[in-house]
Design a protein around this ligand. Structure first.
Ligand code: FES
Ligand code: FES
Length: 170
């Protein structure tokens, strides 16, 4: 089946069997390996991506279900190559990653939260990442990172992925 997606702002087409998951479509057919395969049955959250701005476990979604939808993976979260977005930057600053295996999924989960709530409580952050396992158990620093990113976004009156009007015009 032909599946047409928008991935990281670019139109992409994949010819797939109906059984192929969105995770395998991204990694094996579109060569976007930043999205991690962990348990592959919906438990660990390593495969989390944004689907129309909502954090979704891509191993639980068939690629054909995402036909026509907007997908954002970790490769499309940084504003430009070599630059970090506010959430990624906060993860670095608070040491919110160790081996990094969970990080792409954690950052997608954080974006899913911050896109509709830039003033989350610690409880909101815990809830947002509750489906994501960090096998290095760095949860304290991850929560700190999401709260720091939220504070910075509030300071700039932005949501994740938005560009200040002055910068956009430059
Ligand atoms: Fe999808 Fe674990 S790989 S939830
Ligand atoms: Fe290693 Fe989270 S940083 S799994």
């Amino acid at each position: 089946m032909k599946v047409e997606l928008t991935v990281n702002g670019q139109p992409r087409v994949a010819d797939l069997e109906p059984r192929v998951t969105l995770l395998d479509c991204l990694r094996d057919h579109l060569d976007l390996k930043g999205t991690r395969a962990g348990c592959e049955h919906g438990v660990c959250g390593a495969c989390t991506v944004l689907v129309d701005g909502v954090a979704v476990r891509s191993c639980l979604m068939l690629a054909v279900q995402s036909d026509g939808l907007d997908i954002r993976t970790i490769e499309g979260i940084a504003p430009t190559p070599g630059e970090l977005d506010v959430v990624q930057d906060a993860f670095c600053e608070t040491h919110g990653l160790q081996c990094g295996y969970c990080t792409a999924g954690m950052i997608a989960a954080a974006h899913g939260l911050l896109r509709h709530n830039i003033d989350p409580t610690e409880e909101d952050v815990r809830e947002a990442i509750s489906g994501n396992i960090c096998r290095c158990t760095g949860y304290g620093q991850i929560i700190e990172a999401v709260l720091l990113a939220a504070e910075r976004l509030r300071g700039r009156n932005l949501r994740p992925g938005e560009t200040p009007v002055t910068e956009a015009a430059e």
